[in-house]
Design a binder for this molecule. Structure first.
Ligand SMILES: [Zn+2]
Length: 334
C-alpha cells in the first residue's frame, strides 16, 4: 500500500508500507487506484454516528436509514475545501418524511429525521421508509460563492440508488456507492453496550481521456418505435472497479476490528492502492444561544408571545435536542 499526505511536497515521494491494521473510527480515507484510474473515499463511523443517532429516540429502522444518509453525506461532502457546507435532505411521502444531514467541512456533522411512528409498520428497507419524493444536495462554499443544489427523484429505491442516479444524470461521472449501518453489542466495564456503526465507500472512474468515461445512454424516452438504442460498453477498468466494489460486504464496512486500510488492501491490492491522509469526523451541532435568540427575535411579536409557556420561552434544537430557555424579556415579548 502506498500512502501520501495531502501536502504537495509529499506528493512527489509516496512511501510504500503495509496497510495499518489499527482500525480508526470516525474518519474518511481518500484513496486512489492509479492502474484503473479510480478514485474513492472510505468512511468508517463509530462513536460519532452513535452520538448523532442516540440523541433522538429513533426506532431502529429510522436510525439505520438516517445513519445511511449520514454516511453518504460524509462520502460526498468530505471533498469540500475550506469552510464549505454540504447539506443532504430528503422530502418524501413515506413514513420517514424528512431527513437532513448537515456537514460543515472539515469535520462537523449533525442530522435528524422526521417520521410518523404509526406508519412505520413493517417498512424496513429504505425504499419503503422513504417512499416517493426527492433528495436534494446543497453545497455552500461561503458568502462569496454561489450555492449549488442538485436534485434527484426518490422513487421507492435506496439512498445508494439515488446517489447512482445523481452521478449518472448530473455529474456524469461513473460512480458506485456502498453504504452500511448496523448495531453492535460491545462489552465494556459497565456491561454490554449497544452502539451504532456505519461505513461506506465511494468509487469513481476518472480516466484522463474523457471518452473512456462514457456511460451507457439513458433510455431514449420518446424515440420512435423500432429505433435502435445506441449503447456504449463500460471501459474495462471501470468494469473491474465496479466488480471489486460489488464484493464489499456490509459487515466489512462496519466491522470494528477491520481497519479501513486493510479493507482497501483486501479489495485493491492486485492493482496497488494509494491512501491519502484521513480526515476526522465529529458529531457536533452548530447551534448556540445567541443564534437561537437572534432567530426568535426575527419572529413577529405575536408569534413570540404565543411561545411563552410557564413564564418562559423554550426552544429545542431539532438537530441535537439542546433546549434554550429565555425569559419573556429576553425574547422581546415584554
Ligand atoms: Zn443543536
Amino acid at each position: 500500500m502506498t500512502s501520501q499526505t495531502s501536502d504537495p511536497a509529499a506528493l512527489r515521494e509516496p512511501s510504500v508500507r503495509a496497510p495499518s491494521s489499527v482500525p480508526v473510527d470516525d474518519a474518511v480515507i481518500p484513496f486512489e487506484v492509479g492502474a484503473l484510474d479510480l478514485r474513492g473515499r472510505l468512511t468508517r463511523l463509530g462513536p460519532a454516528l452513535d452520538e448523532l443517532l442516540a440523541r433522538h429516540d429513533y426506532p431502529a429502522p429510522v436510525a439505520k436509514l438516517l445513519g445511511e444518509a449520514i454516511v453518504l453525506t460524509t462520502l460526498l461532502g468530505s471533498s469540500l475545501k475550506f469552510e464549505g457546507r454540504f447539506i443532504l435532505q430528503t422530502q418524501t411521502d413515506g413514513p420517514v418524511s424528512f431527513l437532513i444531514v448537515d456537514f460543515r467541512a472539515p469535520a462537523r456533522l449533525r442530522a435528524y429525521a422526521r417520521f410518523d411512528e404509526a406508519r412505520l409498520g413493517d417498512a424496513s428497507d429504505a425504499g419503503a421508509l422513504l417512499g416517493r419524493g426527492h433528495l436534494a444536495m446543497t453545497i455552500d462554499q461561503g458568502p462569496d460563492m454561489s450555492r449549488y443544489q442538485g436534485l434527484v427523484a426518490l422513487e421507492g429505491g435506496s439512498l445508494e440508488d439515488a446517489a447512482h442516479e445523481y452521478f449518472l444524470r448530473s455529474e456524469q461521472i461513473p460512480t458506485r456507492v456502498r453504504l452500511a449501518v448496523g448495531e453492535e453489542w460491545r462489552r465494556d466495564g459497565s456491561g454490554p453496550k449497544r452502539g451504532w456503526r456505519g461505513g461506506g465507500m465511494l468509487l469513481q472512474f476518472l480516466p484522463k481521456a474523457p471518452e473512456r468515461a462514457r456511460q451507457a445512454d439513458l433510455p431514449p424516452g420518446d424515440a420512435p418505435d423500432g429505433e435502435a438504442v445506441h449503447t456504449v460498453a463500460d471501459d474495462d477498468a471501470w468494469v473491474e472497479g465496479q466488480s471489486l466494489i460489488g464484493t464489499v460486504e456490509d459487515l466489512e464496512l462496519i466491522d470494528p476490528d477491520l481497519s479501513g486500510e486493510r479493507l482497501l488492501y483486501r479489495l485493491f491490492h492486485e492493482r496497488g492502492v494509494m491512501v491519502f491522509s484521513s480526515q476526522a469526523l465529529h458529531a457536533r451541532c452548530s447551534c448556540s444561544r445567541d443564534a437561537v435568540e437572534a432567530m426568535l427575535k426575527s419572529f413577529a411579536l405575536e408569534d413570540r408571545s404565543g411561545m411563552v409557556q410557564d413564564g418562559k420561552v423554550a426552544v429545542t434544537c431539532e438537530f441535537c435536542n439542546s433546549v434554550y430557555e429565555f425569559t419573556p424579556r429576553e425574547a422581546g415579548v415584554e
